[in-house]
Write a protein that binds this ligand. Structure first.
Ligand SMILES: *Cc1c(COP(=O)(O)O)cnc(C)c1O
Length: 447
């Protein structure tokens, strides 16, 4: 099919996520046909460095030989079989490997397809855990302003974006919300005081609502979708301690931060945090296929064990739960992490990225960048006013469009441009991403 037909059909039939389709045709839809290593190739044969890891999920690069081989091997056996009433080797081995590589508290794995589902499952497990234990009053969920946990009704109930609540608020279950830790750090002027202020708010809410609270949910170390807003160090560990003291379950959402993005395999490790429930997605399959997982502690799992007639089992499942192809590629991806130099290399690249971003602080068209692990956000500024461009100006899109023409694939997030490359990005490629972004900003922001 020729490029013009593809573009015409795309505009006519294909409703894209998070997209104002009225503007979609302004720009010719960009059609990606291939990937190799850290690059994608479009229908015109031009390549672009994948600086968004195909929406934060690609880990080892595109078409990694070991991952491709694992998929082909599984395809030679079976593409899909259900795990309702049966099992399969890939799912069994992956469940065991995930328990081995995550914090020690987590002992059982429930598979699904997307990050939002991993969160939905954690919500339902937490709620049913308290019902099964004879304490149905513990049904409230605590969450954060600016939180993002996915777009299904349950997951977005826990989200903290006012826009989503304005539109879908009537569908959401009630929650209690704590301030965004990053906002407090900004208001207080440093991370230590920001953490103290946040813990005061948490302590007050736990005093008031702890008795009827099922769980607190936190992203791992950073509020990602809100614009890469890092927590003050120590927050996860301090929150875990409060949760234990008040008999509140801790759900950590490492959909974005898991699988090396933070510099360790999981962000929880950096503060010795052992969650009751852990949601994983994005990088779990190396960025190949839709797969997600919710890991549960032994105590949670035990609360679902009962004589059959008591009907305490977990009532949840999907058609494609633990798809064998997705499990096979996820196992191959985890095997690559077993090589110790992989994460050491990621930590070097994280240092490279922060050294490069430090230079951006002096640019008239950018505010200081925010970074957590191998993820960063560069906020655009109007050099004339020093302020963000007005909403609707779509300057961020113009910058990304220009960067694409210069060979780097970037995406906007609010008033910022995010950089979330595959973990396999090289130091030289980080340099290229930053140079191209700088050039694109200079051209598009100074006009
Ligand atoms: C992306 C994301 C999700 C949702 O994952 P999907 O696979 O897009 O449903 C949930 N939580 C966090 C922290 C995320 O970054």
């Amino acid at each position: 099919m020729d490029l013009e037909t593809l573009r015409a059909w795309d505009r006519r039939y294909f409703w894209h996520p998070f997209t104002q389709m009225a503007c979609w045709g302004d720009d010719d839809p960009w059609i990606i046909v291939e990937g190799r290593g850290n690059y994608v190739y479009d229908a015109q044969g031009r390549r672009a460095l994948d600086a968004i890891a195909s929406l934060w999920c690609n880990v080892h690069g595109h078409r990694h030989p070991r991952l491709d081989a694992a998929l082909v091997e599984q395809l030679g056996r079976i593409a899909h079989s259900t795990v309702l009433g049966a099992s399969h080797p890939g799912g069994i081995r992956l469940a065991s490997a995930l328990v081995e590589c995550t914090p020690a508290s987590l002992q059982h794995v429930f598979f699904s397809e997307d990050g939002a589902e991993a969160v939905e499952i954690a919500i339902k497990m937490a709620a049913q855990y308290w019902i099964n234990r004879g304490r149905p009053e513990k049904s409230l969920f605590l969450t954060l302003d600016n939180a993002y946990h996915g777009d299904t009704v349950g997951a977005s109930s826990l989200g903290g974006f006012p826009l989503f609540h304005a539109v879908y608020g009537r569908l959401h279950f009630p929650t209690r919300r704590l301030p965004s830790p990053y906002a407090l750090t900004q208001a207080e002027g440093d991370a230590g005081r920001g953490l103290d202020a946040w813990l005061q708010a948490l302590d007050a809410l736990m005093e008031e609502e702890g008795g009827r609270t099922a769980a607190l949910i936190l992203e791992g170390g950073v509020q990602g979708a809100a614009g890469i807003l890092p927590y003050p160090p120590g927050l996860l560990a301090a929150a875990a301690q409060r949760c234990r003291a008040h008999e509140v379950l801790l759900i950590v959402d490492e959909v974005a931060t898991g699988f090396g993005r933070s510099g360790t395999l999981f962000a929880c490790e950096q503060e010795g945090v052992e969650p009751d429930l852990l949601a994983l997605g994005k990088g779990i399959s190396g960025g190949y296929l839709p797969l997600a997982a919710t890991l549960a502690s032994e105590e949670i799992y035990q609360a679902f064990l009962a004589p059959f007639a008591e009907a305490k089992q977990f009532y949840y499942g999907h058609t494609y739960t633990a798809n064998p192809l997705a499990c096979a590629v996820a196992l191959a991806s985890l095997e690559l992490f077993a090589e110790p130099q992989l994460l050491a290399g990621v930590r070097e690249r994280i240092a490279h990225l922060s050294a490069g971003l430090a230079r951006f602080a002096e640019l008239p068209y950018a505010a200081p960048a925010r970074q957590f692990g191998l993820m960063a956000a560069v906020p655009l500024r109007d050099p004339h006013s020093g302020q963000a461009f007005p909403y609707g100006d779509r300057r961020e899109y113009a910058v990304c469009r220009r960067a694409r023409d210069l060979g780097v694939y970037l995406r906007p997030l609010g008033d910022s441009i995010v950089i979330v490359p595959p973990l396999s990005v090289t130091a030289e490629e980080i340099h290229t991403i930053l140079r191209v972004l700088d050039n694109a900003m200079a051209e598009e922001c100074a006009r």
